[in-house]
Design a protein around this ligand. Structure first.
Ligand code: ADP
Ligand code: MG
Length: 704
């Protein structure tokens, strides 16, 4: 397609079965009932499904679709889909297209190979996909055809969640119920559906595809298991927000156009800190839709990269010693009638409803630090969290000067003023004065208030945002529940008593939970010490963090609000522990294989070259400096010994208790892999470049 010929705004939602199309194509009553379900969360009327299915099929076929797919989100964090053709044979040598309401509503993929954490045995492997009406259907294009995609929830035949979407929907429902109680206290009866909103910023690396294919570690583990630091790293900061390289910019345009067609409102693009690292961010949407869209963003980033001879790496730490990639999840809650409920306005101290919601978040994060840490735990994110570029593993909240001041006043009895925002004057007459933000930014905080939302920065770039959103929605629902109950009791339904009750409640929350607020440098050692003194958790690795899912407080939380049953939660813990173990296991095997079959042979070839040069020169009566040969020989010995040690560790029988096995892996596998890497990386700096079997960091990061 000539891309200049189609203005971008005409592309938006081109491949989405959106509201306007529904209105055009559905009988009025069906349309009304469907929109009621989507916008107000009412029950879906089964009769509407047939009409919707027919309209959807006709629309999709007009756009060339031959198949439909139920798209679902298994606990691996990836996106899964099962495709079926619209065509069915009529028996007289012809075929006709059919798509019924029941095919739209329910599918039964043979998903028995997805992890279920014991919820399904293979003999009872039925799993169902169920149409999620609230997330719009869309069309995915391929050069050889197009497919109608229907976002679905994936559950077992007992109705238990096997996926990431189901708990997102349940947690949004819980949040709405509790938020309504708060709104009622403030006199907003019968308010519109309160929904959590999410805007995820995605960081990623791009490298040339030729390099990617020459690195078995990147292909199989998504990260480099070997590689010496390049002579020039990111210390010049010349890449950050620099001009975007030409090939990358073409790629970005293409990605954005594809995403636009899918109705994904991508907005921001720029270079990130590390060489070869970039970011893309959409405008926020309702949490459920944002989650589905985020999965599509990752898929599209990877798919389009192929077209430009590049590979897109979404791993949290593809390159050691270089900044890793995160996914900042911006989160808030709001409704059509209320707008954003975390918007403080100019004078937050007078905005009682805002203060209450904000305090509820503070309480929630303090109370459930362990849970928040565990939902961002993964083998790959372990390399990033706590490194000197990403938030530490300690959860804390950054509030900024203005809000911190207001909440400090609250702690000591009540807030009477807000620090003025002031204006920013630059000292150059031609530049206009700007209204100043109420607080500076703090990039080191895992959970920061950024003006009218919270930004959860500890989320990994490769993760589904579902888990973090489920956690945030549910902990805040619980906190709002607590606040509503306290206020309802204290006022006994008398609005005149609200103000006083609120003052008391806010003061109490800040006294009990204010220790989670920290505005300083989260990277510093001093903070680690201080956090320990404050009694905040510091769950450094996945093996430390995941067991938090077993805490009584977490079980009570999820069961009380019907977000996850005890069995569903247990199964998740099992699956995530298993994923951690398998991931590191694969990496360890790869380390062994690459060290033995790629690096060692290259090194001994060079060693041999040096040795024969030396022997020949000596024979001819020349001197030869043996330093390099000595060094290589020592390192080769180290490489051999460390690979043998890794092999021995790998051959040990696994513990059947996954928690124990995860600790063993953390304490023995990872250090042994680092040892092997240490020798190999040092050798990389000595061995002849033409013999080195792997593309170097220099090549991968700087050739664009
Ligand atoms: P920065 O990199 O400065 O943090 P970006 O513009 O890259 O900011 O991303 C900010 C994200 O926060 C965007 O996705 C934006 O839509 C989102 N956001 C803004 N308001 C809200 C809100 N009320 N709820 C959720 N996300 C929001
Ligand atoms: Mg941000």
């Amino acid at each position: 397609m000539d891309f200049m010929a189609t203005p971008t705004q005409d592309l938006f939602c081109r491949n989405v079965f959106h509201k306007t199309i529904m209105k055009e194509r559905l009988p009025k009553s069906v349309f009304k009932s469907l929109i009621k379900t989507i916008e107000e969360g009412t029950k879906l009327e089964p009769e509407t499904a047939d009409a919707v299915a027919t309209a959807m099929k006709d629309w999709a076929m007009e756009k060339g679709a031959t198949h439909y797919a139920h798209v679902f989100y298994p606990l691996t964090g990836s996106t899964a889909e099962k495709h079926d053709s619209f065509l069915i044979p009529t028996g007289d040598g012809t075929a006709m297209a059919e798509f019924s309401g029941s095919q739209l509503i329910q599918g039964e993929p043979d998903g028995s190979s997805f992890p279920t954490g014991g919820i399904r045995q293979t003999f009872e492997a039925r799993g169902y996909t169920i149409w999620d009406v609230t997330s719009p259907a869309y069309i995915l294009e391929n050069t050889n055809g197009t497919t109608l995609c229907i976002p679905t929830a994936f559950v077992s035949w007992t109705g238990e969640a096997l996926d990431k979407k189901t708990p997102v929907l349940r947690s949004m429902q819980a949040l709405n119920v509790q938020a309504q109680r708060i709104l009622k206290l403030f006199g907003h009866e019968d308010a519109a559906l309160v929904s959590s909103t999410a805007g995820p910023e995605q960081e990623y690396f791009l490298i040339d595809r030729n390099f990617f294919f020459s690195r078995p570690d990147l292909i199989n583990a998504g990260r480099t298991l070997f590689g010496a630091k390049p002579p020039k790293g990111q210390e010049f900061d010349d890449h950050y927000f620099g001009a975007i390289p030409e090939r990358v910019l073409s790629y970005m345009f293409d990605v954005e156009r594809e995403l636009f067609k899918l109705g994904i409102p991508v907005k921001t693009r720029h270079n990130e800190v590390a060489p070869g690292q970039y970011e893309i961010a959409p405008i926020f949407e309702s949490a459920n839709i944002a989650t589905d869209h985020q999965q599509l963003v990752m898929l599209t980033l990877r798919k389009v990269a192929e077209k430009y001879g590049m590979a897109c790496l979404t791993h949290e730490k593809p390159f050691a010693g270089v900044n890793g990639s995160g996914k900042h999840v911006n989160w808030s809650l709001g409704s059509k009638s209320q707008g954003n409920m975390l918007d403080p306005g100019d004078t937050p101290h007078e905005n009682a409803q805002f203060l209450l919601v904000c305090a509820a978040v503070i309480r929630a994060v303090h109370k459930h630090q362990g849970l928040l840490r565990s939902v961002v735990a993964s083998a790959s994110n372990d390399h990033r969290l706590g490194a000197n570029e990403a938030p530490p593993a300690i959860m804390s909240i950054f509030l900024g000067d203005q809000l911190t001041d207001v909440f400090e006043q609250i702690k000591t009895g009540g807030a009477n003023s807000s620090l003025p925002r002031g204006t920013l004057t630059v000292g150059v007459d031609v530049l206009p004065p700007l209204p100043k933000d109420a607080g500076d930014r703090n990039r080191t905080s895992p959970f920061a208030f950024t003006g009218n939302r919270f930004e959860f920065r500890a989320v990994g770039s490769n993760q589904s945002i579902a888990g973090p959103l489920v956690a945030m929605n549910t902990i805040v629902a619980e906190s709002l529940d607590y606040c509503a109950t306290q206020l309802e009791q204290a006022t006994g339904g008398d609005p005149a008593k609200l103000n006083e009750a609120l003052q008391k409640l806010l003061t109490q929350i800040m006294t009990d939970h204010g220790t989670i607020v920290f505005n300083g440098d989260g990277y510093s050692d001093a903070w680690h010490k201080e956090a320990a003194e404050r009694g905040l958790l510091n769950l450094k690795t996945t093996a430390d963090a995941l067991p938090a899912l077993k805490d009584k407080s977490v079980k009570d939380l999820f069961t009380k609000y019907n977000v996850l049953s005890e069995r569903e939660l247990d199964s998740r813990l099992d699956i995530y522990l298993e994923q951690y173990c398998m991931t590191v296991q694969v990496e360890a095997n790869l380390t062994l294989e690459i060290a033995r079959t790629l690096i060692f042979p290259a090194v001994v070839r060079y060693q041999n070259e040096l040795a024969s040069t030396c022997a020949n020169l000596k024979f001819l009566g020349y001197d030869f400096d043996m330093k390099t040969l000595d060094k290589i020989t020592t390192l080769v010995k180290g490489l051999q010994d460390s690979t043998s040690k890794l092999e021995e560790i790998l051959s040990k029988e696994h513990e059947s208790d996954l928690e124990v096995q995860a600790e063993i892996i953390r304490d023995t596998f990872l250090p042994a892999m680092m040892d092997v890497r240490g020798y190999a990386d040092e050798l990389e700096g000595i061995v002849a470049d033409d013999l080195w079997p792997l593309p170097t960091y220099q090549e991968m990061l700087f050739i664009r």
